[in-house]
Design a protein around this ligand. Structure first.
Ligand SMILES: *[C@@H]1O[C@H](CO)[C@@H](O)[C@H](O)[C@H]1NC(C)=O
Ligand SMILES: *[C@@H]1O[C@H](CO)[C@@H](O)[C@H](O)[C@H]1NC(C)=O
Length: 372
């Protein structure tokens, strides 16, 4: 969903300290076209919280994760990036800043130490995290935050410019090195909704191959995913099935160091109908089955509040019952809760499903019961 340096701290790819055999047994993995979490292969459910790493109170993170655990939510996708072009006021969280031609990674108390709290708390509650490295969109910086520092002016150039990719890989290495052995990491993710409008699909496929190989060189244990919307595959020819955003979904899924497929569903933004979503889910499920890799239905949402339960529970059922065709898990967009220390509700973008609401009962409690 698009919501609203030490350049070279580390030298070339040298494998980070490896995981012990005991820890490795509890690292989430694929099992054919399914996920195995803590030794159990089954269908899983979860949600997205782009904001949880930007909270500044440890107890707030704890409360929210405890709600996920008691609700049976297992996978949580979070932003592992927060890129800025100028350093914000003290206390405001950011993870990387750009100045002149330099990138500086913020490992301070208002930097990656906030992500440390998310990972530690996830370990405590048995929540598995998808940690994403950069945004296609400008929310929390995105690729555009790198532009002037690495001398490009578009996302299309960013994917291909050596200097941008060195900065991006340095950032990836800084994050992975902190959580290399954590059992709370479900997967590393290349980007949120990477697109390369009007590009040959080979541009993104080459970038995905290079980046996933790089991540694999640092970490031989955790899964790796793309984080794309699922565009570019054979279907009814409507906009999302087309290849114009630079994604060839099947080709990318087949890349050797990509562990599973991701896709999103936003009919309102894509000019399709809600019921169109059914085939969108099964089309991806079939390709996952063919490739023998799991499909993660990674984001889905509608902004009409009265549609939350009926429309999204229908998509969940399609995903769950298509599970023998390669569907392995779904994550709704997005998690809502109350930040206890301030008493304020978390971000409401119209898609938000708040803990304890009737929508939560429908899309979380009832769904978890159906999964069994
Ligand atoms: C995301 O990617 C698409 C395709 O390249 C582009 O049209 C869009 O502007 C990008 N978003 C940003 C904020 O650059
Ligand atoms: C996956 O990445 C590793 C590490 O970079 C690389 O050695 C390997 O060749 C890649 N796998 C394949 C099958 O290309």
């Amino acid at each position: 969903m698009k919501i609203t340096t030490l350049l070279s701290l580390f030298s070339a790819a040298a494998a980070l300290p490896a995981t012990s055999n005991t820890a490795r047994a509890s690292i989430s993995k694929t099992d054919g076209a399914k996920f195995n979490i803590d030794g159990v292969t089954k269908y899983y459910a979860g949600t997205n919280s782009y904001w949880i790493g930007f909270l500044t109170n440890d107890n707030d993170v704890d409360t929210i994760m405890s709600h996920l655990q008691t609700s049976g939510q297992k996978i949580l996708r979070v932003w592992g990036f927060n890129d800025v072009k100028s350093i914000p006021g003290s206390g405001t969280v950011y993870f990387q800043s750009f100045s002149g031609s330099t990138a500086t990674i913020n490992t301070g108390a208002n930097g990656l130490q906030r992500l440390d709290v998310v990972v530690k708390t996830a370990e405590k509650y048995g929540i598995k995290l998808i940690i994403n490295f950069v945004n296609n969109w400008t929310d929390y910086g995105g690729m555009a935050a790198y532009f002037s520092a690495c001398g490009v002016s578009s996302n299309a150039q960013w994917y291909q410019a050596a200097k941008c990719q060195t900065m991006y890989q340095n950032y990836i290495k800084a994050v992975i090195s902190r959580y290399r052995t954590s059992t709370a990491v479900f997967a590393w993710e290349l980007a949120n909704e990477p697109r390369c409008n009007g590009c040959q699909t080979s541009v993104l496929t080459a970038w995905i191959r290079k980046t996933s190989d790089y991540i694999r060189s640092l970490d031989s244990d955790h899964m790796i995913a793309i984080g794309d919307e699922g565009f570019g595959l054979t279907g009814d020819g409507s906009y999302p099935y087309q290849f114009g955003e630079g994604i060839d979904w099947a080709a990318n899924l087949a890349l050797p160091n990509i562990s599973f497929g991701t896709f999103h569903l936003y009919p309102q933004s894509w000019g399709t109908t809600n019921s169109w979503g059914t085939n969108w889910i099964t089309a991806h499920a079939q390709l996952c089955k063919q490739t023998n890799k799991p499909c993660l239905f990674e984001e889905y949402g509608v902004t009409t509040a009265s549609d939350h339960c009926p429309v999204e529970s229908g998509w969940q059922k399609t995903s769950l019952t298509a599970k023998d065709s390669g569907m392995a898990a779904d994550l709704f967009w997005q998690l809502g809760d109350v930040v206890k220390s301030t008493g304020q509700q978390t971000s409401n973008d119209g898609n938000t499903i708040y803990y304890g609401s009737s929508d939560w009962k429908c899309l979380v409690d009832d769904h978890i019961k159906q999964i069994g």
